[in-house]
Design a protein around this ligand. Structure first.
Ligand SMILES: N[C@@H](CCC(=O)N[C@@H](CSS)C(=O)NCC(=O)O)C(=O)O
Length: 245
């Protein structure tokens, strides 16, 4: 499958401007998201779920857009690719890696549910969405007069478009118009909304018993990269850097 269409926009509200890009890594079908406050003099930016193989592309885009990368974040310890956060830290001094405390992984900042991640006048809220892994979190753009509306939810593998990587359904307490941006897509989708997934997600519209049956019978192959990716991602991709730099 070729690269799906990806989304990008800049939003202008009374006093803030969210710059947003959705980027794709085709080997693992992973989405990386770039967010920045373009109205702030420093143009602070963050990356969600960067992949080691596409770090050069992401950093080049950040340079082209005149942004200052401050955070390289993960929604969880990925099993199918090595995170780009460790590599980014070696290339951009001052960048802080971020992951949830519950993940058990190493990072500069270990976040917990309810925490806020500030970039300029904008912020992300941390929500616990365990299930796919223990420490999975969803990052949701802030709620408030200066924040982007509708809100954007970066769901990692908890909620995929018309699918899921196992979830506790907390994402569905968000307003129905919230845009859903997952960490992966295997079918060519790039964005959905909470309301759309409540109505049409073929797994999450079923009762608990049927849901369990679906998930127990997915018969997914053993992820190709899992034995390399998980140990590397437990240290935010920082181990064995000499062969990558
Ligand atoms: N073939 C891929 C792995 C595909 C896979 O298992 N994806 C995970 C999320 S990444 S760990 C998943 O939960 N998928 C749910 C689904 O319904 O596909 C590989 O070998 O890397």
């Amino acid at each position: 499958m070729g690269s799906p269409e990806t989304t990008s926009f800049s939003s202008q509200s009374s006093s803030s401007k969210l710059l947003f890009r959705q980027l794709f890594e085709k080997e693992s079908s992973t989405y990386t998201y770039l967010l920045a406050d373009a109205s702030h003099p420093d143009r602070p930016a963050l990356l969600i779920d960067p992949v080691d193989k596409t770090v050069e592309r992401d950093l080049s885009l950040i340079k082209d857009l005149g942004l200052k990368l401050i955070y390289a974040m993960n929604t969880h310890v990925h099993a199918d690719h090595v995170t780009g956060t460790g590599l980014i830290k070696t290339k951009v001094p001052g960048v802080k890696s971020v992951i949830s405390k519950a993940s058990g992984s190493k990072a500069d900042i270990l976040i917990e549910p309810g925490d806020k991640i500030q970039f300029g006048s904008l912020f992300l809220e941390v929500r616990a969405t365990p299930g796919h892994t223990l420490g999975c979190v969803t990052y949701v753009t802030g709620d408030g007069p200066d924040q982007h509306q509708p809100r954007l939810a970066f769901t990692g593998d908890a909620l995929l478009i018309r699918g899921c990587g196992r979830t506790d359904f907390q994402i569905f307490t968000l307003p129905k118009e919230t845009f859903v941006y997952p960490a992966h897509d295997y079918k060519g989708f790039s964005v959905s909304t909470v309301g759309e997934e409540i109505l049409y997600n073929p797994r999450l519209t079923k009762n608990e018993e049927t849901f369990k049956g679906i998930m127990e019978n997915l018969n997914l192959a053993y992820p190709k990269m899992i034995d390399i990716a998980v140990p590397a991602n437990m240290v935010c991709g920082l181990q064995d850097m000499t062969s990558k730099v």
